[in-house]
Every structure is written in structure tokens, then in C-alpha cells.
Design a protein around this ligand. Sequence first.
Ligand code: GDP
Length: 197
Amino acid sequence: MSYLGKCAFLKSAAHYSQIPATPQKRIAFWGRSNVGKSSLLNALCGEKIAKVSKTPGRTQLINLFSITEPEAMICDLPGYGYAKLSRSQLKDIALMLEGFFSQASSLDLLCLLLDSRHGLTKTDLEILPIIKNLDCPIFVILTKSDKNSKNANHKMLQKVQRDFAEHLLTPPLFLTSDLSKESTLLFEKLAKAIKEF
Ligand code: GDP
């Protein structure tokens, strides 16, 4: 079942200039490598549209998908913080992301994923300046919430909210999980917000 209408893979871009200029809204998904970005996109689309890997750092391209509810293009950005990539690979990714975010006036929404067990980590803090520079709304999604107790999730939501507030950011927060009994409800809530932002 798809929460975002019809989803279709468009292309993988090695450079931001390869992203087609379309009138659709652009929604980017970003987060630390292994945070569960591919799993979340697959769950929202109801099909294996993004690769799921047990090896962190596999997505080194910007993968583009179209969705119909809302009409938008999803930009699945390479995960950051993957130590095992070579220096030149990391440099290539950094340059690509720099290019992407320099064009970010055309970005309509950034969904930033954090692991619900760790919240805002040191690695996440490194990309915060980029986010603070953006001129679009940001959603923060705490993934893998099945790995926490209900109480731990509740506390983490409060902590993440405080951590962002310290940086003068007040993004709406969402919990998601591939495996919890409440998965459907959590995905519905997120999809609704993506439709209405
Ligand atoms: P990506 O690198 O951010 O795209 O992360 P993936 O989606 O490839 O997921 C990384 C690992 O986390 C995989 O082993 C997934 O099976 C696991 N994972 C992803 N989402 C969840 C979740 O909601 N719950 C649990 N328990 N594991 C998850």
C-alpha cells in the first residue's frame, strides 16, 4: 500500500545539474547513513523503490522518484557520516550535496531522518548549518521507533525538540517504524503532513 499515491523511479543523478527542472514540488529525504531512509521510502511507497542495504553508505547518488499525492519529486540524498567511504568518494558526495543545497531555493520540504535511539548526534550537528540556511520547512523523522520503548520514544521526542530549539529550530517531529504494530498509523500521520505542508 502506498501512502503517497503512485510512486515511480525517475533517475539517479550523479550531479545536481542532472535533476530535471519540473514544476512539481521537491521533497528531499536526508539523514545519516543507515538511519533507515531507504526503508522509510519503500514503506511510504509500498514497494521497493529505494534499495535497503545492511551495508551503510550505499546510496551515493541522488535518487529521484515521482509521487502523485502530493504531486512531487522526491530527492533521496546520499546519507552522511559513513566513515568507510574513501576520501575521494566523500569529497564527491560533499560536492554533490553542496551543489544540491546551493540550488535549494527550489526545495520545498526537507525530511531529515534521525535514529530514534540516538537523536541528534555529533554527525547530525555537522550538517545543521546547511539546514539552518534553508528557506523551506523541515520535518524531523525519528526512525526505527520499534527499537525503543514507548517511554523512551516519548523522552527522545522531547530531547530532540529541545536540541533543535537550542539551534533556534522548531521542526515538527514524527516517529516511524517498519516493524511496530503502529507502523501504519505512524506512516499515515507522516504522509498526511507531507500532503499538507
Ligand atoms: P539507509 O542507509 O538510511 O537507506 O538505511 P536502510 O533503510 O538501508 O536501513 C538500514 C538498516 O536498518 C537495515 O538493516 C534495515 O533493515 C534497518 N531498519 C530500517 N528501518 C527500520 C525500522 O523501522 N526498524 C528496525 N528495527 N530496523 C530498521
